[in-house]
Design a protein around this ligand. Structure first.
Ligand code: CO
Length: 208
């Protein structure tokens, strides 16, 4: 890869955008009003806007290793608060993907240095669901299922936040769990039971 190509590609992209809409950048400059907050994996193959067919201005994006929502991660929590309370998005998505290296690493016994505390959150997901996971004999299927359960648990982590609880009460914000199937390109809606989870955890996590 030539880094210079990036700038050539950028010029080409500007021309293409202006050819379809001469006011494209004037509109972008006015501000953003995205409907969706997308929290996904940093994996280079899982490209957020591109896989959803969305363009600039349409989705607020946060990506980290294995699409984690960790309550003491100032980065993800700032993104959630800004998107929900200020941009007033109505949908928050956690999008995982099969063949996630972060999830794979959490399934192995290895000291991975600074990644240990990050991946421990995925090991916690394994512990919570260990009966279901250990009943799956096929290792690939177990891996895929942990990817899905990790998405579900990160959705639960979102529902534990005051920002999401308030936005649900005030304007019906919804949390969604999706998985991108890297082998087919298909986006799968896990259809997590948002209202059921909310009801179930409120006894302990109700904040407002
Ligand atoms: Co990944």
């Amino acid at each position: 890869m030539q880094v210079d190509n990036v700038f050539k590609n950028n010029e080409k992209w500007i021309k293409e955008k202006l050819a379809t809409d001469p006011k494209f950048f004037d509109e972008l400059g006015k501000g953003q009003n995205p409907e969706l907050l997308y929290i996904g994996c940093s994996d280079s193959r899982v490209t957020a806007e591109d896989l959803m067919g969305m363009g600039p201005g349409e989705v607020f994006v946060h990506r980290n290793i294995a699409n984690m929502v960790i309550s003491i991660d100032l980065n993800v929590m700032s993104v959630v608060n800004y998107a929900v309370e200020h941009l007033k998005v109505n949908h928050v998505v956690v999008c995982g993907h099969y063949s996630c290296g972060g999830v794979k690493a959490a399934m192995q016994s290895a000291d991975l240095g600074i990644l240990n505390p990050w991946l421990r959150n995925i090991r916690d997901v394994f512990r919570i669901h260990k009966d279901e996971l250990n009943a799956i004999e096929d290792e690939d299927k177990k891996y895929d299922r942990l990817v899905e359960l990790n998405v579900q648990e990160q959705c639960v982590n979102l529902i534990k936040t005051a920002a999401v609880q308030k936005a649900y009460r005030d304007r019906g914000l919804k949390v969604h769990g999706w998985v991108f199937d890297i082998h087919t390109g298909k986006l799968i809606d896990l259809k997590i039971d948002f209202e059921g989870i909310l009801k179930n955890i409120m006894e302990i996590y109700h904040l407002d």
